[in-house]
Design a protein around this ligand. Structure first.
Ligand SMILES: NC(=O)c1ccc[n+]([C@@H]2O[C@H](COP(=O)([O-])OP(=O)(O)OC[C@H]3O[C@@H](n4cnc5c(N)ncnc54)[C@H](OP(=O)(O)O)[C@@H]3O)[C@@H](O)[C@H]2O)c1
Length: 275
């Protein structure tokens, strides 16, 4: 089966392409670098020729409110139009558990817009909503850092390994379209401040994590269960502690200077917007 992975060079996409190939599928990693741009449409017609399934695990380069909405709306419209022309039979998209509960954030408004375009299209679909990736714990800390302190609420979070996300997306992609939403999450829940505290301790990062009920998560006021999936969620196997043991050596800035914490473009722009 030919499966085109939009965002196939990213964190989830690259793992997904590898897994699909291991299972004997023809997986195409589509992204701007290899010449496929879902926003401009460049290379889409060629990439989708003969494809049965398109999996969209792309992400926007900017999380500024207008830019991120434009990214997900334009790319999703382009994908749907090209899929209809190519006879694609299943569109799979990766979204975020609880997006509809976080509409204070432009990022989650954009994810809901993406979901709604998919639901309103003629292409059979599956929307996979995942909880936060373990790989996202450090960006959460960086975004919530002020000096040497990280302020976060104690709302529950049920994070999962990116590898388990890719496995779940892959299983759904090779199955029949559900024409609905599937939730996936991790095997354990943590208070958000405690999760980040454990991560930073494992990475020997000296920042202090402070539980602060007034602190926001990417501009969103969380209630206790905003981030956690419902009872029917499929659960990944990997526990945070065992992921830390396997992955700690791969964390790029395990010993950051708290005053010069590396903050990516996305985080910088979101932070600018939030402030
Ligand atoms: N972070 C979390 O905890 C979390 C939780 C649940 C769901 N999600 C969802 O998971 C998805 C994937 O996240 P990720 O962390 O794997 O993303 P990522 O590592 O940032 O990768 C994004 C991918 O999108 C590609 N891309 C960017 N612009 C594109 C364009 N115009 N056309 C085609 N591809 C483009 C990138 O290609 P280049 O590298 O060439 O730019 C890259 O391959 C996102 O939709 C996100 O909402 C994330």
């Amino acid at each position: 089966m030919k499966i085109v992975v939009i965002g196939g060079t990213g964190l989830i996409g690259s793992k997904l392409v590898t897994k699909l190939r291991e299972h004997g599928h023809e997986a195409v990693a589509a992204a701007p670098n290899p010449g496929v741009n879902a926003v401009t449409g460049e290379g889409l017609a060629e990439a989708l020729r003969g494809a049965s399934v398109v999996v969209d695990v792309s992400n926007a380069p900017s999380w500024e409110d207008t830019a991120v909405l434009k990214f997900f709306e334009t790319s999703t419209r382009n994908l749907i139009a090209h899929e209809a022309a190519a006879g694609v039979r299943h569109h799979v998209a990766l979204s975020v558990v609880g997006s509809e509960r976080m509409l204070e954030s432009g990022y989650f408004r954009a994810k809901i817009a993406q979901e709604n375009l998919i639901k309103g299209s003629s292409i059979p679909y599956s929307i996979v909503r995942a909880t936060q990736f373990f790989e996202f714990v450090k960006p959460i800390a960086d975004f919530s850092t002020d000096g040497h302190k990280v302020r976060l609420p104690s709302a529950l979070i049920q994070p999962m390994a990116a590898d388990d996300v890719a496995s779940a997306v892959g299983q759904i992609a090779v199955g029949p379209p559900v024409n609905g939403t599937v939730e996936v999450g991790g095997p354990e829940q943590f208070p958000l401040d405690e999760l980040v505290r454990r991560g930073l301790a494992a990475w020997k990062d000296p920042r202090e994590v402070i539980a602060d009920s007034q602190a926001r998560y990417y501009g969103v006021k969380l209630s206790e269960r905003t981030l956690v999936p419902g009872d029917g969620a499929r659960l990944g196997q990997t526990r945070f502690q065992s992921w830390l043991t396997q992955a700690a050596a791969q964390i790029p800035s395990a010993h950051p200077e708290p005053t010069s914490v590396a903050v990516g473009t996305k985080e910088k722009e979101s932070r600018k917007k939030a402030s």
